[in-house]
Write a protein that binds this ligand. Structure first.
Ligand SMILES: [Fe+2]
Ligand SMILES: [Fe+2]
Length: 166
């Protein structure tokens, strides 16, 4: 595969991923505005965009490895976000005095740390074949094992804000 094709796939992957996330937020807004039918349409198209995004990622060179390799890659990405990427974003948000953005970045940094921890334990547990359920905080993205916590340790959201991952 040529470098150009790889670059184009990477571009299309990013664009479709963004479009999918954007449509999901549009859907939430439509829901709040009292347009459930429009919300359904936004969710359907978001799902379609994510079909495209996944297809492009599969076609890209060297992005998908064995499950052990993927766990390791996912772990490294969380560490990078936690120690390199978010600290810079947090510092700049703080300098600009945009407190809501700073808080969002800070919570994400803390949550990435938690994600890394979960990947690490999954790598260790893979051979033990341990079964567990995961619950995701819909406010900040914190992931809890086994059951939803009474209160989110990162953002303080109540138990009802946790959704079980399929
Ligand atoms: Fe993460
Ligand atoms: Fe949370």
């Amino acid at each position: 595969m040529s470098e150009k094709t790889d670059k184009n796939l990477s571009y299309a992957f990013a664009a479709e991923s963004k479009a999918s996330a954007r449509n999901m937020v549009f859907a939430q807004k439509a829901e709040r505005d009292g347009y459930p039918q429009i919300a359904r349409l936004f969710r359907a198209v978001a799902d379609a965009e994510s079909v495209h995004a996944r297809k492009y990622l599969m076609l890209m060179r060297g992005k998908i490895g064995s499950t052990e390799e993927n766990l390791e890659a996912a772990f490294q990405n969380e560490i990078k976000a936690n120690v390199e990427e978010y600290p810079k974003l947090i510092r700049e948000a703080s300098e600009e005095g945009v407190t809501a953005t700073e808080r969002a970045f800070s919570q994400s940094r803390d949550v990435e740390d938690r994600h890394a921890e979960l990947y690490k334990s999954a790598m260790n547990n893979m051979l033990a074949d341990r079964q567990t359920d995961y619950y995701v905080c819909q406010v900040c993205g914190y992931v809890n094992e086994d059951e939803p916590p009474e209160k989110c340790p990162v953002c303080g959201a109540v138990k009802g804000k946790f959704k079980q991952a399929l």
